[in-house]
Ligand binder design. Sequence first.
Ligand code: 16G
Ligand code: ZN
Length: 531
Amino acid sequence: MLLNNLNDYAKKYPNKRPDIHQQYGTAGFRNKADTLFHVTFRTGILAALRSRSTGGIIGVMITASHNPEQDNGLKIIEPDGSMLIQTWEKLATKIANVPDDKLEQCVADLISELNINLENTMAKVYLARDTRKSSPPLSMALIDGIKACQGEYKDFGLLTTPQLHYIVRCANSDGHYGVPSEQGYYEKLSQAFLRLTTKQRKLHLIVDCANGVGADKMKLLAPYLKEKITFDLVNIGDGILNLGCGADFVKVNQRQPDSIELKPNQHYASFDGDADRIVFYYRNDRDGKFHLLDGDKIAVLVAKFLQQLLNESGLNEIQMIVVQTAYANGNSTKYIRDTIQLTSDCVPTGVKHLHHRALQSEIGIYFEANGHGTILFSENVQKQIQQQRSNENAKKLLHFIDLVNQTVGDAISDMLIVEAILDNLNLTIDEWDSFYQDLPNKLLKVAVKDRNVITTTDAERKCVEPNGLQEAIDKVVAEFGQQARSFIRPSGTEDVVRIYTEAQTKELADKLARKVGNLVYDYADGIGSKF
Ligand code: 16G
Ligand code: ZN
């Protein structure tokens, strides 16, 4: 068979930690980087098989996103730029954990189960990586895996995760979606942005790049946009990746990075380490305080803007939905349903769930509160808008569509989307912020012996097991007034149970979180001390 030297390659990547179960989870594989060499090699094999099986180019991104520098991870990208399909996630987990001496057999079994004809199919994999020190050696392991499966590869070096998604989609759609290169990406986005914005006002944004790959990429993008928007870039690699900065830090701690001093009326944004998430913030003149504009606020802004453009182009029949998770602030959901009167739907955490649901609507806006999100337009809707393009508003919609990275949430694209909308609607950041006021909330985590004893239903809003825990939570929540809400879920990326609460004041939200945290501790064998 064609894979006769697989074992020679595999010898370079023995599984040194068979005690660790590697799982292809919510966002691919993620672990301490030094445990991932054999996983990465095997992912190379799997990606090549996926390419043979689909007949398209597959992407693999080496990154651990917002996680610490010493971690790393892998995300596999489908030919259409979306995330690996669920049935193959299981295969990825299987191949990653098979003992070294069974690897060849496992690959042979996969080839026969999947009916892959090695002689008549080609394998092509595009890879890229973030700025972690472990990423270049891991990319060598990935390449060896692709080669072991007689695949071709193209190494794009440093890219943001959404750039690789974009390039993979372009390459598989004969240029229909755009030019499959980093430069093609900058050109498409910057052109759309300049067409969508007005000529009058100049914009300025301070961007916290989380000391990650977004920094280099923003430097490359900036010259294309300088006639309309300029940037000050901070945390561009002078500090440690994701430490004390970045979108996750800002969202979780509800404050700006230590390195930023907030000036009034200035717009600020933070990316995460691989630039697929973004949150905005500013200092409000009236109260002198930090204000966060997270994924929920972005979703609402986008929904309002699109609704207006659709109405004004006579396309108000088009069905549009906003997809959120249980983490969405209660007041954002209320605003979407009651004020702008759009359908909002709640799905389990993880981009793939949101993306999947958004695809079912003609226009699907999806954002996680943490700042990951995008907007999907069906082919049919794009055609309808095209037909109206003599109308100025329909033209704007077309530029807007070009500004969106429809493959996955993209900090750079979302950044330009927000700034372009504010510019179009002539809104200050304060006016955007005042659409609705966030209900005070709290995120807490509890370490437990086994997080899998927790199961949930109703898009993670109700706990099913352990028995009695949900009733206990309901009872506590009832003590905290009408607006109080809480849910718990096992993390998909860390060995903890997450707790989320909302209440009328920050103090109440914090207190409720501690109470629910203690319940989780009691019902699910907590580790360490209680709150
Ligand atoms: C991953 C997910 C993100 C989700 C987060 C939840 C992707 C690309 N990323 O980062 O969507 O919000 O996990 O983490 O799907 P948790 O399960 O640890 O709370
Ligand atoms: Zn990320």
